[in-house]
Design a binder for this molecule. Structure first.
Ligand code: ADP
Ligand code: MG
Length: 705
């Protein structure tokens, strides 16, 4: 807890800098300020070995002269000539001339360290670290030289990596490295972790690569473990606090459907997930569950069977979808599945007529409507249920948290609950695969079910990447597919439906396709967000009934649309789509028995990231694998659509690279809390103390959920 300026060699000025630039206020902050990489300092370069763009190098030699060079208006830089027995180079400073000039020693053997760039025939090193050979030999050296994160201001004000390193040494001297252990003995023994002070020592002064690896493992585990402990504890508290309707029965509706009307054998994954949901809804706590399943994995029937459980317990359900097309499709699909069950299912969207609407409102309030399917229209104030027991939300990424919470208040207070408001169980279904690692960190307080198995008999979609210059061949392929009775999607990027520029691309595309595939031989549908809902439905219907061969569309067809006879997906300007969107679009085909194809069209000019995206799509159809690549390309904050800086603020662990450690940490946190949720057993005293200390300081996980 000692303020950082008291550390020998820091003082008030450097103290202010450390606070402002790095958030280091106290000794403890410095101790936990970890290097972000390590450099091999056993290797010394010669000047004639230098090349452009190699990482930092160190060179032994001497400075033979120093001068100030003027350039531009009133701009100066300090330039020193540095030589070794193979040649000479320049050292350059743009700032801090006075004290640097004073500190430079001419003609003494020293070691310089930094990044080199060539300028004409000479190499130069800007703002190098310089150490006299005598000092260099004395200071702690190992194969692994830590490099700490820095800022420009720090570098310019003379707080170099070497200075940080010295402070760290001083810190270990002053404190005698007496750092208390922060994990319980049994965990340390079981996982063969090194003690805390050994870990801290080796992270800053690694004796060997092996010692460093052990230190990193121990500290990463600890960081992830305490985060998980916090998330899981929150989840337990929530379950304790938020009451739910206990659905204790599995009754006639469910059993009748299961025994007599299942259209196919459920996959094992579907069975497992239904069981998880049933158990969860059967408890006294409100269910708040995320159901992940790749496109086509069969989430709809899971939703229906969950709703039947609600019905068996005397409760209504609703299913909310992001678009009207999708709501319609769900309505048709569910009505078909449930047609023998004698239940009342209705649909409510923006285009529902007033008369029908009135009936729905009435039936909802008197309880005779069992399942209501719809769009955002479900959130309108007029929509009131008698007893909403389960709200299913499809394609979660289209709805915000606020909208979800609105659903909570849809039921009238139940008289038997003495006016207490009990929210419905919530099941959020998404086909946007959230990488397990990220889901675990972000939704650690939400329960997750995963359908990780596709129904049997699906043929994997073949994906290829073609350049615009190959369009003729692609068109020929389309003609061949149409000739054998298949249907084709051609999708244009229309990221925001309002962008007129993109709409023009789509219209131009439509016109040229109409020319290449003329009537009466070919019929073409078009679909975009600017069309009236009725027109959209009509076009969709024509295509679904096989009256048109090609559907030219924007991403409005991205989610959920299910037309089994469509077997080719062509994505125009594919480089403009993100990976998860490409994956969603591809999921529109491969729904029938025929071999399906996805063709990614791009121009020849592709950025490195775009290339990776195309290659990933061609290589795999596994949504989770794709999501992991997406996460690597974009970083977790971006993937979630907002700055989830908390996730990026991890001190040492990395949720992508260290996913195995994350899993391990989560498993241990679960196990320990299951056994001792309040952390009151004597062996968990360290755990409790550290936990309290950490949550006092930083509660960054609060906002999640
Ligand atoms: P999604 O998870 O993308 O919403 P759907 O629920 O729309 O997937 O299911 C995709 C298709 O797979 C539907 O035609 C559905 O009838 C079918 N299906 C779902 N589960 C099974 C299963 N266990 N066996 C065979 N077909 C299934
Ligand atoms: Mg679906």
């Amino acid at each position: 807890e000692t303020p950082i300026e008291y550390l020998k060699g820091v003082g008030p000025n450097r103290g202010t800098l450390l606070r402002k630039e790095l958030g280091i206020h106290k000794y403890g902050h410095l101790l936990n300020f970890f290097p972000n990489r390590y450099i091999d300092r056993t290797r010394y370069y010669k000047i004639n070995e230098l090349q452009n763009n190699i990482a930092e190098v160190q060179i032994i030699g001497k400075i033979i002269n120093v001068k100030t060079v003027e350039f531009g208006k009133n701009q100066k830089r300090l330039v020193a000539t540095f030589v070794d027995d193979t040649g000479q180079m320049e050292l350059v400073w743009f700032q801090g001339h006075k004290w640097i000039r004073e500190s430079l020693k001419l003609n003494e053997i020293c070691v310089i360290f930094g990044k080199c760039t060539s300028f004409g025939n000479t190499f130069n090193m800007a703002h190098p670290e310089i150490e006299l050979m005598t000092e260099h030999q004395q200071s702690l050296r190992s194969a692994m030289q830590p490099v700490y994160p820095s800022t420009e201001t720090l570098a310019n004000r003379g707080i170099s990596n070497r200075v940080i390193n010295k402070m760290m040494q001083q810190l270990f001297v002053e404190t005698q490295a007496k750092f208390s252990e922060t994990l319980p003995d049994y965990l340390i023994a079981e996982l063969k972790l090194i003690p805390k002070n050994a870990a801290l020592f080796n992270i800053h002064f690694p004796k060997s690569a092996e010692a460093l690896a052990k230190a990193q493992f121990r500290l990463k585990f600890e960081e992830l473990f305490y985060i998980q402990l916090q998330l899981i504890t929150k989840n337990l508290i929530r379950k304790h606090k938020i009451k739910g309707h206990p659905f204790t029965k599995v009754g006639d509706y469910f059993n009748n459907f299961y025994q007599n009307h299942l259209p196919f054998e459920l996959t094992n994954a579907q069975k497992r997930v239904i069981k998880e949901i049933r158990i969860d809804m059967g408890s006294n706590a409100q269910m708040n569950r995320l159901l992940q399943g790749d496109v086509g994995s069969g989430k709809t029937i899971v939703a229906l069977m969950s709703m039947l459980i609600a019905l068996d317990n005397g409760f209504q359900s609703c299913l909310m979808a992001p678009t009207e097309i999708l709501a319609n499709q769900h309505f048709n699909g569910l009505s078909e599945l449930a047609k023998e069950l004698n239940i009342n299912i209705k649909i409510l969207t923006g285009s529902t007529k007033t008369a029908a609407r009135k009936i729905i409102h009435e039936e909802l309030e008197n309880g005779s409507l069992h399942i209501l399917i719809g769009t955002h229209a479900l959130l309108e104030d007029k929509v009131k249920f008698q007893n909403l027991g389960l709200a299913v939300i499809d394609e979660q990424h289209r709805f915000g948290v606020e909208q979800r919470s609105k659903l909570w208040k849809k039921s009238n207070p139940n008289p038997s609950d003495e006016g207490e408001h009990i929210p419905p169980h919530v099941l959020v279904m998404t086909a946007t695969p959230i990488p397990r690692t990220l889901a675990m960190s972000l939704y650690g307080d939400l329960d997750i079910s995963v359908i990780d198995e596709l129904p049997p008999g699906r043929k994997p979609i073949q994906t290829v990447h073609r350049f615009d210059s190959n369009r003729l061949k692609v068109w020929k392929f389309i003609r061949d597919e149409i000739a054998i009775g298949r249907q084709i999607y051609i999708v244009y990027p229309l990221i925001e439906e309002s962008k007129t520029m993109d709409l023009k691309d789509l219209m131009d595309g439509y016109e040229s396709i109409s020319r290449d595939f003329p009537l009466p031989q070919y019929a073409i549908s078009i679909l975009h967000g600017k069309m009236k809902p009725a027109d959209k439905d009509a076009e969709m219907k024509r295509f679904a009934e096989g009256k048109t061969n090609i559907m030219v569309a924007t991403t409005v067809i991205e989610v959920g649309v299910n037309i089994p006879n469509a077997s080719v997906m062509i994505i125009e300007s594919a480089e403009r789509f993100g990976l998860s969107q490409l994956h969603q679009l591809r999921g529109r085909v491969g729904r029938g028995a025929d071999q399906s194809y996805c063709i990614l069209m791009t121009s020849h000019k592709l950025s490195a990231d775009s290339k990776t995206r195309m290659e990933t799509m061609v290589k795999t159809t596994d949504g989770f694998e794709i999501a992991e690549v997406d996460l690597k390309l974009r970083g977790p904050g971006d993937l979630m659509g907002t700055q989830q800086s908390g996730v990026l603020n991890l001190q040492i662990a990395d949720i992508v690279r260290d996913r195995d450690i994350l899993q391990l940490a989560r498993n241990y946190a679960l196990k320990i809390l299951k056994d001792d949720a309040p952390m009151q057993k004597p062996e968990n005293a360290v755990l409790r103390a550290t936990y309290i200390e950490l949550t006092k300081k930083k509660n960054i996980w609060n906002y999640i959920s």
